[in-house]
Design a protein. Structure first.
Lengths: 479, 94
């Protein structure tokens, strides 16, 4: 729509009492022979008293003029806006029009109403329709009469569950969740080493079912996953079970409603479910990491659909995982761990921390195989009821870790090949050695889970853990 | 009926946007060919001839028929064909 380059512009709608109130003012402006253009957002027949009202029911003029409320009075000169008054403010309108007696019968001020162009959900539709945002992604038309959810399946974009079809409007809404430009490259995603822009993350986040406010978490998770130390390429290609596990710390977890409590690894929380899924969809769609192709997992794990949770910091007896790794308590972070699945720990009797630590150690020993040390890392997830045992006794997280490390010094004689009648194990030459179950730094501890249940959990890691494989990576979440 | 819906490509756009056909088999040896009559007139005559030629070449063949050409094949029939055959030839026209 061509906006007049000179004169006065008024944008209004019939549905606004203030707009109806200022109709006599508009008539005064016409009589004063000011060049005046009136746009009507909801009814081109309004105001009846004014000739040549511009039909702006499509809202293109309102969008171009960035109208937030009606009535809005704008003064243009030489194609450049000189001034604007929003709502009715007699003094302001008088100054802007140069008419000292304008609207003298009306009240001094009256607020306007919201512009139809900024009603919820409308701004993004207008941005797409009138080119307010440039999206670079290739457009793909869903064939006529094909359900667009089926189109997503047919194009191979899904993880086996339906996705939200990534329309332009939905992607524009998603992009509102970040300050970053759509064409910013977030990471180079293996296995195809494809550069992934914020826009591509947003498209996959739409498909995963994310809300816009989750997008910064997805972006940070992708950044972390693509750091060399995390070894995403190897993790994708392995025959082992593992996939990326996303652990969220800091205030954002509460702000976006993440679950750190009841059923923390289970279904039912949108943020947990969709953030982890969005990461996996980016890996699939942008990186090209698809099962049966580069993903050669023998079993995989249900966590490869999504595995994302928040640490319960408020109820924890200890500093958080992020604080342990040097981040400030008030910062929000994602930590990526190569996890294979959840192994339960059942201990309903231990009331002393040493007894509970021994239970943990006995269960941790079976990670990967009770006879195989220093191969996979593990994340020990301590529940509130178990955490209480340590809190009461005043055990720090460091104390617990040190005790577990002591308890998990394994005699080589028990581990060598053939010991206990099991061919699997370490080479015979290590028979006299004492070997730690986990490499230094290979055992993480976080606090999460429901408040009832004397259980804890182990997320066992990938068999290629450590500097030669995958290591924990933490990244700060930025808007 | 319905408007075309435009979607944004979530991939790295390394492949053409058009969906690829499944690769055609180079030979029929060891494969079972399904012959699907969609219930249009004289489809059976065409398929009889195809069957005779395939059998002459030692290819195994199974015959199927849709209840009506006016509707898509029932799911059960599609699943049966997919389970029993690796190649399908449909007789489409009158």
């Amino acid at each position: 729509m061509d906006i007049p380059s000179d004169g006065l512009i008024v944008v209004c709608k019939r549905d606004c009492a203030t707009c109806r109130m200022v109709v006599p003012v508009l008539q005064e402006l016409v009589l004063s022979e000011h060049p005046l253009t009136v746009y009507s957002q909801d009814d081109p027949g309004f105001p009846e008293e004014i000739e040549g009202v511009v039909d702006d029911t499509e809202l293109s003029g309102s969008y171009e003029l960035a109208i937030e409320a009606v009535p809005t009075l704008i003064q243009m000169r030489g194609g450049v806006e000189q001034a604007r008054a929003v709502g009715w403010d007699r003094a302001e309108w008088q100054v802007l029009t140069g008419l000292e007696r304008l609207g003298q019968d009306l009240p001094a001020t009256r607020p306007g109403c919201g512009s139809k162009s900024v009603e919820p959900g409308v701004a993004e539709i207008l941005a797409v329709r009138f080119g307010g945002i440039h999206l670079a992604a290739r457009r793909i038309e869903a064939p006529m009469l094909e359900d667009e959810v089926e189109t997503c399946f047919a194009n191979g974009w899904t993880d086996g569950l339906p996705v939200v079809p990534p329309t332009e409007v939905r992607v524009v809404r998603m992009l509102a969740g970040t300050d970053r430009a759509p064409d910013d490259v977030v990471a180079v995603v293996p296995p195809n080493q494809a550069p992934c822009t914020v826009e591509k993350v947003a498209i996959n986040a739409v498909m995963a079912g994310c809300k816009p406010e989750y997008l910064p978490v997805v972006i940070a998770a992708l950044e972390a996953a693509c750091v060399d130390a995390f070894c995403l390429h190897g993790l994708l290609a392995t025959t082992y079970f593992s996939g990326p596990v996303v652990i969220v710390n800091g205030p954002i977890a509460k702000a976006i409603g993440m679950n750190s409590g009841v059923n923390v690894f289970g279904q039912g929380n949108r943020a947990n479910a969709t953030i982890g899924r969005a990461l996996q969809l980016v890996v699939r769609n942008v990186g090209g990491g698809r099962p049966g192709e580069i993903d050669r997992a023998t079993f995989g794990t249900p966590g490869k659909y999504t595995f994302c949770f928040a640490e319960d910091e408020a109820g924890s007896p200890w500093e958080s995982l992020a604080v342990e790794h040097g981040f400030a308590e008030e910062s929000s972070t994602v930590t990526l761990f190569s996890g294979s699945g959840v192994q339960p720990i059942f201990d309903q009797r231990s009331r002393e921390p040493d007894s509970l630590a021994r239970s943990f150690a006995a269960c941790l020993r079976s990670v990967v195989h009770p006879k195989i040390p220093m191969t996979a890392d593990a994340m020990l997830v301590v529940s509130p009821e178990h955490g209480r045992v340590f809190r009461r006794a005043g055990w720090t997280k460091r104390q617990l870790r040190e005790r577990l490390e002591q308890l998990l010094q394994l005699p080589g004689a028990e581990l060598v090949r053939g010991a206990q009648g099991i061919e699997e194990g370490v080479p015979a030459a290590l028979g006299d050695a004492t070997l730690p179950k986990f490499r230094p730094g290979g055992l993480g501890i976080v606090h999460a889970g429901g408040t009832a249940g004397l259980f804890s959990a182990i997320i066992s890691g990938w068999v290629a853990s450590g500097p030669k494989g995958s290591q924990l990576v933490t990244r700060e979440i930025k808007s | 009926m319905s408007e075309t819906i435009v979607l944004l490509d979530p991939t790295a756009e390394l492949l053409p946007a058009t969906r690829k056909r499944l690769p055609r088999p180079k030979e029929l040896e060891g494969r079972c060919v399904g012959l699907l009559d969609i219930s249009k007139a004289r489809g059976d005559i065409f398929l009889d001839e195809i069957e005779a030629q395939l059998v002459d070449r030692g290819v195994s063949v199974k015959r199927y028929q849709k209840p009506t050409f006016a509707r898509v094949a029932p799911v059960g029939l599609m699943q049966r064909i997919a389970g029993e055959c690796q190649v399908v030839i449909e007789a489409l026209a009158d």
